[in-house]
Design a protein. Structure first.
Ligand code: SF4
Length: 477
């Protein structure tokens, strides 16, 4: 499982690798190029709220396509891991000085392998260190093989109020190909049990674009899922990741690679079927009806603050408690044993801190916000760029106007957003928009300002080839 619409994995890496990108201790504007920004940008006020992500890094079995930060070990010292999660949550909440947590998401790995007692302890620590409203969305990712009705009831008693179930497919042959631990019948049972316990708040993940999968097979699988699901579905195109068993089989010629045209058709078919079934296509990979949008993931796409707890977790917040005044990208130590030692010795396992420049923050806001149907609102843009408006950047003749004329993009009173057609092509649109932003932000002839700064977008989507991801090519300067 652990497939998500967006993982903040690539963002920090891009920021760190970017020419002039900040390293630990670098302040905004310290880079050689965007130091020449046309107007000074005041430090944003520290929001008193944040979302919180908690990473449970263990799985029982390695799926054939997965390169997430997960570990299959003979035995997990759950009390030690749980104590470290509690300790790190307390530390990072203190460093952020966040007063209220808007949502909590337990991801992995397979967090449904953790005991409800551990989940409850983390939530109690969060509620003890910051306000955690009773209405806050608290999601747990669950694998169907560790989602019995009794376990799910235990998670509900622990404080979980939303489940995200890694169904992936309702076809046993496809599940075997994916190396999943569960059968289609187990997935059905888990979703039915979850819907009884979490009515209206059960999401399912599905994968498409499997080697050898036909358009008809995908449409039939999705129709079956529509007969089973609740009010939220996440769809991900399978991507072949280096080092995985599935990629080796496809690249070695044992399995066929799905043609790009077929993948695009599968995505369009799915969008049409889900919209016809009453779902709102509110993000590139996510669909909801009856208002069941994931508020936690929305906080990523709206570039709000979030705190990442656990091995390899990422965060974005201002560390006021450490004297910081600027938003940082933070990455926790990947490997669980090393992470635990760090948490035990200094209270947290933060491995890397990167102060994000104002331009980098705007790039993230753009790349993430455009994934949603609401896009980047004027208000949100103004929070990050009070002096250079959306119109000032994208309302002038240039790439954005060209994209508007072609029907891919909209800039109006609501802000900047993709059209329905444009959402599917975000990958292709984003490089041009980032170039336009960079040009407006810094004079074209600024020394050190080169195409390299636009080579990669600050988003990472491990599972959606249709989604914003690696942006190739420069700004043509
Ligand atoms: S359950 Fe499978 S896909 Fe999910 S993190 Fe574990 S190995 Fe990866």
């Amino acid at each position: 499982m652990a497939i998500r619409g967006w993982r903040p994995v690539a963002a920090a890496a891009v920021a760190a690798a970017r020419p002039g990108g900040g390293g630990p201790g670098r302040g905004p504007g310290a880079g050689p190029a965007w130091g020449a920004a046309p107007e000074p940008v005041p430090e944003p006020a520290a929001p008193a709220t944040a979302a919180l992500y908690v990473h449970w890094p263990y799985c029982r079995k390695r799926c054939s396509y997965c390169n997430f930060n997960k570990y299959v070990v003979p035995a997990v010292d759950e009390s030690a891991v749980g104590a470290c999660l509690v300790q790190e949550a307390r530390t990072l909440l203190r460093l952020s000085q966040v007063q209220s947590i808007t949502s909590v998401f337990f991801g992995g790995g397979t967090p449904s392998l953790a005991s409800p007692r551990t989940i409850a302890a983390v939530l109690e620590a969060v509620a003890g260190a910051a306000h955690l409203p009773a209405s806050a969305e608290v999601t747990l990712e669950a694998n169907p093989s560790s989602a019995s009705p009794a376990r799910l009831a235990g998670f509900r008693a622990a404080g979980i109020n939303r489940l995200s179930i890694g169904v992936q497919s309702l076809d046993d042959a496809e599940l075997r190909l994916l190396g999943r631990e569960h059968t289609a019948a187990e997935a059905r049972g888990a979703v039915e049990a979850a819907r009884r316990l979490f009515p209206g708040r059960t999401s399912i993940d599905l994968l498409f674009g499997l080697p050898g999968q036909s358009q008809d097979a995908w449409a039939q699988g999705l129709a079956a899922a529509l007969g089973l699901c609740d009010d939220h579905i996440s769809l991900y195109q399978l991507t072949l990741e280096r080092g995985t068993a599935l990629a080796a089989q496809v690249w070695g010629g044992t399995l066929p690679a799905p043609p790009q045209d077929l993948l695009a058709d599968m995505y369009q078919t799915a969008c049409a079927m889900l919209v016809a079934a009453g779902f709102r296509h509110y993000e590139v990979s996510n669909f909801a009806r009856k208002g069941a949008l994931s508020t936690h993931n929305l906080s990523y796409w709206r570039a709000e603050q979030y705190i990442g707890v656990g091995p390899g977790a990422h965060g974005r917040f201002v560390p006021w408690g450490e004297g910081g005044r600027s938003r940082e990208a933070r990455v926790q130590t990947l490997e669980p044993d090393a992470w635990m030692q760090e948490v035990q010795s200094r209270g947290h396992g933060t491995r890397r801190r990167v102060v994000l420049s104002p331009l980098e923050q705007l790039e993230e806001l753009l790349a993430l916000g455009l994934r949603t149907d609401e896009g980047v609102t004027h208000e949100r843009w103004g929070q990050f760029s009070p002096q250079l408006s959306l119109e000032a950047v994208f309302g002038e003749p240039g790439e954005a106007q060209d994209l508007q004329q072609q029907g891919w993009l909209l800039l109006d009173g609501g802000g900047l957003r993709c059209s329905v057609r444009g959402l599917a092509l975000l990958d292709s649109l984003l490089p041009d928009l980032l170039c336009q932003l960079q040009r407006r932000w810094a004079p074209p002839a600024a020394p050190g300002w080169g195409a390299g700064a636009a080579r990669r977008s600050p988003t990472g989507d491990r599972a959606g080839g249709e989604a914003a991801g690696v942006v190739s090519g420069g700004c043509g300067e």
